[in-house]
Design a protein around this ligand. Structure first.
Ligand SMILES: Nc1nc2c(ncn2[C@@H]2O[C@H](COP(=O)(O)OP(=O)(O)OP(=O)(O)O)[C@@H](O)[C@H]2O)c(=O)[nH]1
Length: 519
């Protein structure tokens, strides 16, 4: 396709001028860029879901004056189902995913030297980024394949490149409930390309949401694959920083094998043989980067967002005079998913922006054991009718009606308000209040689900004897829920409070506080 250089500023340049206020001129060296591209100057609006028009305009902006309406073929999820795919579809999708896996990489920063000017580097970065996007567009032409709405804002990738360049240890934070969805193997390859002496670590966060058997299954999977893996719970460790918390349920949570803050810091230090060590961190939005960074920094954080996409730019933070953290903004890498419902359940797409609630709840019904929903909410979900497969998963409508009726969520027409229940249930799932996780390849799904059920039963049935005063209200609600005497009328806020982890109470040294929170 022929490209011609536009003489007058075109749409792309106008958009750039509009965004940056003026045309970039002057020759500065590439080395100056790292310092220059801080959050105030970069366009740090994450771009993951674009309409074709937005996409067209963003492409025009990226290509600047050289843009000549290239066709990107980017289109959106087309094979949306009601969250359920047949065995035959699944086989087809698996085969296509295997075939195209090698194209699912991350963009590379083009090579540069001290002599490269700022303009030259920006131009080659843009070109390399566009060619990466075109490669992904080829995948999106295949109707069997859906990739996550990956980050399309080059400035986010620039931040990632800089974090990788600075880091001695590069940590990918993944969500323990579906580690493979959040792990980007190509990122590990890229880190080694930049410098083979850099170390990759996979930090499996939210590991408190798995049972010890489940963690052990995942640990053997990663160890066999030669991955350096650490299981960690930012939230549990963060709670230990607060001396009013005790852990009446620590035993039930079954988390003794997790790394604590000191052990994790010591582990990072052990990987680098030089005085000033930099640990870079990256991960999808909502995997718990902020919680991890705060905890490692020793900052007690009371409120973190349950909505993906809050951290916007990388920060450099000194833990002590030996170790420094470099926290990259939440980046959505291209990854294969079976449908949009999977993205909602994985916390990649925000629930409040979800249009169809039936598909994700159907998928939830497939993934989560029926008993987990029943025990967590104290409800009975309608059983399969005579003639139906007695082991079939509950449907969205069965789950939603059971929940809506028990909580008194009704529409003005007197029907169960399914959509309100769907939002509560999906948020509980994403937040980990409804326990569920995906088994590692090669592990029997039924056995893995049985481990989830036994963990949920242990946690829910363990009501603490003594708690601090400010926890009393929460515990009273949980006790009512446990006794299943909660009829219609319980508010959404109360339902949302029903998190077994809410009753953990730690002492300063992380031990169970048996003093009623007063000692
Ligand atoms: N159960 C559990 N929940 C966690 C853990 N770490 C984080 N969360 C929850 O996950 C959600 C996201 O946590 P954040 O720390 O804000 O995640 P983030 O990756 O920094 O998100 P962005 O700012 O969007 O990039 C919050 O609801 C946290 O409470 C954990 O170890 N265990």
């Amino acid at each position: 396709m022929g490209r011609k250089k536009a003489k007058a500023p075109g749409l792309g340049q106008s958009l750039i001028n509009d965004r940056f206020g003026k045309k970039h001129t002057g020759h500065r060296h590439a080395a100056e860029l790292s310092a220059e591209h801080d959050a105030t100057q970069l366009n740090l609006q994450s771009v993951t879901e674009l309409s074709s028009l937005d996409d067209f305009l963003a492409t025009a902006q990226l290509a600047g004056t050289e843009f000549t309406a290239e066709r990107l073929n980017v289109h959106f999820v087309t094979n949306e189902t009601k969250g359920i795919i047949s065995e035959e579809q699944k086989e087809r999708i698996d085969a296509a995913q295997t075939e195209f896996q090698h194209l699912l990489g991350i963009p590379r920063r083009p090579p540069w030297t001290q002599e490269t000017t700022k303009e030259e580097l920006e131009k080659s970065e843009t070109e390399s980024f566009l060619s990466w996007r075109k490669k992904l567009a080829v995948i999106q032409d295949n109707d069997d394949l859906i990739i996550t709405p990956y980050e399309k804002n080059l400035d986010f990738w620039r931040q990632l490149w800089r974090v990788i360049e600075r880091s001695d240890v590069f940590v990918q934070i993944v969500d323990a409930r579906d580690p493979l969805l959040f792990r980007c193997i190509d990122m590990e390859t890229y880190v080694k390309e930049v410098d083979p002496s850099k170390q990759n670590v996979l930090l499996v966060n939210k590991a408190d949401l798995l049972s010890s058997q489940q963690r052990s299954a995942w640990r053997s999977y990663f160890e066999k694959a030669g991955v350096s893996v650490v299981f960690w719970s930012a939230v549990l460790e963060n709670e230990k920083l607060d001396d009013t918390y005790d852990c009446a349920q620590l035993e039930a949570l079954d988390v003794e094998d997790l790394y604590d803050r000191e052990k994790l810091i010591a582990f990072f230090k052990s990987l680098v043989d030089k005085p000033n060590k930099v640990v870079g961190m990256v991960g999808y939005p909502n995997v718990g980067k902020s919680s991890t960074v705060n905890t490692l920094m020793g900052v007690k954080k009371t409120a973190v967002s349950a909505t993906p996409g809050r951290t916007k730019h990388f920060q450099t933070l000194h833990i002590d005079n030996e170790l420094c953290l470099c926290d990259c903004p939440g980046l959505v890498f291209p990854s294969f998913v079976s449908n949009k419902a999977e993205m909602v359940l994985s916390g990649i797409l925000p629930i409040d922006q979800m249009r169809d609630h039936v598909a994700p709840v159907n998928l939830l019904g497939r993934r989560i054991p029926r008993k987990v929903v029943e025990v967590t909410y104290g409800v009975n979900i309608q059983k399969p009718k005579e003639g139906e497969d007695p082991n079939r998963s509950p449907t969205a409508s069965e789950i939603l009606s059971a929940h809506a009726l028990s909580r008194g969520f009704m529409t003005t027409h007197g029907q169960p308000d399914d959509s309100r229940s769907a939002r509560v249930i999906l948020k509980d799932y994403v937040n980990g209040k409804l326990l569920c996780s995906v088994a590692p390849p090669g592990v029997d799904d039924a056995e893995y689900k049985a481990w989830t059920i036994s963990k949920v039963e242990k946690v829910v049935n363990c009501v603490p004897d003594v708690v601090s005063d400010d926890m009393a209200g929460v515990v009273a609600r949980i006790q009512r829920l446990n006794k299943k005497d909660v009829g219609p009328g319980i508010s959404e806020v109360e339902a949302a409070f029903f998190a077994p982890k809410d009753v953990r109470v730690f002492t300063k040294d992380g031990k169970q506080d048996l003093s009623g929170g007063k000692g």
